[in-house]
Design a protein around this ligand. Structure first.
Ligand SMILES: NC(=O)c1ccc[n+]([C@@H]2O[C@H](COP(=O)([O-])OP(=O)(O)OC[C@H]3O[C@@H](n4cnc5c(N)ncnc54)[C@H](OP(=O)(O)O)[C@@H]3O)[C@@H](O)[C@H]2O)c1
Length: 241
């Protein structure tokens, strides 16, 4: 299958790329960082993966749709790329940073989904979301509310697509010691709001609430295979492992 993974060169997205590449899918991975994409492409190919890399900024609502159209469509779209957004009391953070998070996490994801659906006869869309989109995550409200919106968008699209063989699933990979969460555990700052969030993140890790990255990527691979299509519109979590 042709699988497009946004943000597939780094961190959790990279772990997703590795497991899906090993399964023989044709991978299309995107991001903003051309160097990281080139390096990931080389390393994944050395592991035997069939992969192409493209720079596509989710902050540009035309970039990923253009790519999807130029490919003639994809079988699976994994919307993994996202921003963590600003940290702090919502009324104090920079409103432009706050809104930028929605442009990437919500609009970028929605534009990619729309383009995939327009070009897809059958397949699935997997939106990588977070516990932060289900439960309150104060001090990171742009991230939390943008992920909540993506979950709700998926619920609605699944109904709009019920006569077509296209599933839309939200996937919470669990808290994983990569990317956002790893950075969250060790901020290089004296900022009391960042420190508050990082203290909580570290406590979650130290109490054993993190999910091993292999487990997180393994469940994503099962969703990509179609195992959860009957739950279109729903949220798949580590409880489904
Ligand atoms: N880590 C966790 O514990 C955890 C838990 C729950 C959910 N998640 C979700 O998992 C996904 C990956 O998280 P992560 O921890 O790996 O985060 P990360 O380290 O911050 O990686 C984010 C990825 O998104 C890409 N990205 C960011 N902005 C982009 C843009 N404007 N256009 C295109 N790509 C963009 C980045 O690539 P470039 O820098 O090349 O653009 C990078 O590959 C996110 O959706 C996150 O919400 C993570």
């Amino acid at each position: 299958m042709r699988v497009l993974i946004t943000g597939g060169a780094k961190e959790l997205g990279r772990a997703f790329s590795e497991v899906l590449g090993a399964q023989g899918h044709h991978l299309v991975i995107t991001g903003r960082d051309e160097k990281a994409l080139d390096a990931a492409g080389t390393e994944l190919r050395a592991q035997g993966a069939d992969v192409e890399t493209h720079v596509a900024d989710l902050g540009d609502p035309h970039a990923t749709p253009k790519l999807i159209e130029s490919l003639g469509g994809v079988d699976v779209l994994v919307n993994n790329g996202a921003l963590g957004g600003p940290v702090g009391p919502t009324w104090e953070v920079d409103e432009n940073d706050w809104w930028r998070t929605f442009e990437v996490n919500l609009r970028g994801t929605a534009s990619a989904m729309n383009a995939a659906i327009r070009t897809m006869t059958s397949g699935r869309i997997i939106n990588v979301v977070s516990n932060a989109g289900v439960h309150r995550w104060p001090y990171v409200t742009a991230y939390s509310v943008s992920k909540a919106a993506v979950i709700k968008l998926g619920e609605n699209l699944a109904v709009e697509l019920k006569r077509r063989p296209i599933a839309v699933l939200s996937y919470d990979p669990g808290m994983v010691d990569t990317g956002l969460m790893r950075r969250g555990c060790a901020p290089h700052t004296d900022d009391p709001d960042l420190l508050r969030v990082s203290q909580w993140t570290r406590s979650q890790r130290d109490e054993g609430r993190f999910t091993p990255v292999e487990q997180s990527a393994g469940l994503l691979a099962r969703i990509v295979s179609g195992e959860f299509d009957h739950r279109s519109g729903g949220l798949i979590t580590q409880k489904d492992h």
